[in-house]
Design a protein around this ligand. Structure first.
Ligand SMILES: C[S@@+](CC[C@H](N)C(=O)[O-])C[C@H]1O[C@@H](n2cnc3c(N)ncnc32)[C@H](O)[C@@H]1O
Length: 310
């Protein structure tokens, strides 16, 4: 199947439902996916998001691959948002919000590189993305005449699942193994098609405590894991887990907190052994939730080969 630019290839019956439900029209390049029941009738106009779990959502692909990114797992293992606002206080690559990109998304992040990158993506034009060149053979991002944020973007596409942008292409990229997963035409086209869909997103720079959203929201809390989070520049040393536990318990709305199995700063329950961005490695995930159901949801399938980044 030819993959539509900027969307996720879905089963044809879902695509037909999407065409019917998509207010942007059948020619829209954004795919909307109905969680669980693609053919379910849409909810009444005045229904709140809490009543509309089966409503279609704008799903986007990752803008870049990031260590510990939750894009793949968000659809499989975490409940859909029950509120119009989604807050990711530990944003990273915002894997959960990407699955529901038309909601009011608020990201908070302590790493200035990620803050700069998200602010760039929120305002950059598709044309500017399309004009970012390839990294020359044997060269680095520093050979590109680009603003810093664009170099960070390319840098995250030189390898997969890193916590910081790279300067030089990885061996996988140099050897052209899965070329669509690294910086090149396909990545450019995907990002260019998607940037107009996140213009309404907001980014807060700093620690999670600065995320002062007071309305009811879905809080997707994915901090550096207490034991295993040392790969991040801003890892467990930047988090007071006792404080974070109290903070999570006091959030208004629905709260989903991610950790590794064995963590005990909240009463986590085991979730699943999930794939990681490292080949052959799995991670034993745990979750704590407040104010919402926990369930495994079905989403339209797509083949692994169609993944651009996770
Ligand atoms: C596990 S990653 C989040 C991954 C994200 N869910 C995704 O899908 O990519 C944790 C993120 O929290 C950030 N971080 C670390 N300490 C923080 C703090 N005190 N406040 C906010 N962000 C923090 C790290 O820089 C990192 O990007």
């Amino acid at each position: 199947m030819k993959r539509p630019v900027g969307g996720i290839a879905a089963k044809s019956h879902t695509r037909r439902a999407n065409d019917r439900l998509d207010p942007l029209g059948a020619n829209s390049d954004t795919l909307r996916s109905a969680h669980a029941f693609p053919n379910a009738p849409s909810a009444p106009q005045n229904a709140s998001f809490r009543d509309r779990e089966d409503e279609v959502s704008v799903q986007l692909r990752p803008f870049f691959s990031y260590y510990g990114g939750k894009w793949r797992d968000a659809a499989k293992h975490y409940a859909p948002p029950q509120h119009d606002t989604i807050v990711e206080p530990f944003a990273g690559s915002a894997g959960y919000s990407l699955r529901y990109a038309d909601r009011r998304v608020v990201l908070c992040e302590i790493d200035p590189i990620l803050v700069g990158l998200w602010r760039y993506l929120i305002q950059v034009s598709p044309k500017e993305i399309m004009s970012i060149p390839d990294v020359p053979l044997g060269g680095s991002v520093d050979d590109l005449n680009l603003i810093q944020e664009a170099r960070w973007l390319v840098g995250f596409w030189l390898n997969r699942g890193t916590a910081q942008p790279r300067k030089h292409p990885s061996r996988w990229m140099r050897e052209q193994i899965r070329p669509g997963s690294f910086w090149g035409t396909r990545a450019r086209e995907t990002i260019a098609a998607q940037v107009p869909k996140i213009r309404h997103w907001k980014v807060v720079e700093g620690g999670y405590k600065r995320c002062r959203v007071t309305r009811k929201a879905t809080w997707f809390v994915d901090p550096p894991y207490q034991e295993a989070g040392c790969h991040y520049k801003y890892g467990p040393d930047y988090v007071d887990y006792d404080h974070l536990a109290r903070w999570c318990r006091s959030r208004p709305g629905q709260v989903i907190v991610c950790e590794n199995a064995g963590a005990n700063w909240l009463p986590f329950r085991d979730l699943a052994a999930t794939k990681t961005t490292r080949t052959g490695r799995r991670s034993s995930e745990a979750v704590w939730t407040l104010g919402g159901k926990v369930h495994t949801i079905r989403v339209p399938t797509y083949s692994e080969n169609e993944m651009v980044a996770t």
